[in-house]
Ligand binder design. Structure first.
Ligand SMILES: C[S@@+](CC[C@H](N)C(=O)[O-])C[C@H]1O[C@@H](n2cnc3c(N)ncnc32)[C@H](O)[C@@H]1O
Length: 232
């Protein structure tokens, strides 16, 4: 729906599809997995209030609410437009893409045409999220329902950019919490992580570094068959 730092947009097709009708994303961000399977029952949770406020705004917005928003030229500032706080926060993600928090000043990378295309695309997808449940909170406050749990926390190594970052996460506790979920569990990380036995999934070229996305699941996945070297 909107671009966000660390979103799973490029790799979402590599994860196993949900086995349960309800999908829970306890580290929602821009919720790419739920958007792919939007027809399911979806519960989004995130500790970062801005993200949850933006999701709630989109859930209640009409097509016209989105289409009537201004497209900003490079250098223009959202504070110079007559907009509500939540409209500014939402547009703050649109005028500069791929960031961990909204910005106020438009850059040159996303010109008005590009913003127009993004807003039209969002307006046309609003119907997908009308039945979703969206909650502000921490992952560990959730009831242990039977569901497909798509768990994508900030990376253990490299997730410090978020407003609610890896510094506040006890990864040993998180590992126990993940394993104790009812239903299908899909945990996302990169191969540098040590807090669960992650399997390599796919190489990614980030802005600066190459990383390998990794997965842990309580069900078999295509990534379980790692080659074992036999010494003769
Ligand atoms: C890697 S991002 C999720 C990206 C998401 N899968 C997507 O496709 O956009 C991690 C998210 O976890 C949130 N977060 C960090 N600590 C949290 C906590 N204790 N409980 C819930 N969410 C948390 C951050 O605010 C951030 O939005």
């Amino acid at each position: 729906m909107f671009s966000y730092y660390g979103s799973k947009s490029k790799v979402v097709n590599y994860y196993p599809p949900p086995k349960f009708n309800k999908i829970i994303e306890p580290f929602a961000g821009s919720a790419r997995y739920s958007l792919k399977y939007w027809q399911n029952d979806v519960l989004l949770v995130d500790k970062y209030k801005v993200i949850i406020d933006v999701w709630k705004y989109l859930k209640s917005a009409s097509k016209n609410d989105i289409l009537k928003l201004p497209r900003l030229k490079s250098g223009e500032n959202l504070n110079d437009f007559c907009l509500s706080e939540i409209e500014k926060q939402f547009l703050g993600f649109i005028i500069v893409g791929g960031l961990e928090s909204p910005r106020q000043k438009a850059g040159s990378f996303r010109d008005t045409q590009k913003q127009n295309q993004i807003l039209k695309n969002i307006a046309n997808q609003l119907f997908k999220i009308k039945h979703w449940e969206i909650k502000l909170g921490s992952y560990n406050e959730l009831e242990n329902e039977e569901a497909t749990w798509f768990i994508d926390p900030p990376y253990q190594f490299g997730g410090h950019e978020y407003k609610c970052s890896n510094k506040q996460i006890d990864f040993n506790n998180l590992a126990e919490w993940c394993k104790s979920r009812n239903g299908q569990i899909i945990v996302c990380e990169n191969t540098k992580a040590t807090w669960m036995d992650f399997k390599p999934m796919i190489k990614m070229q980030g802005c600066i570094h190459k990383t390998t996305e990794a997965i842990w699941s309580n069900y078999r996945t295509n990534y379980d068959n790692v080659q074992i070297k036999i010494e003769l």
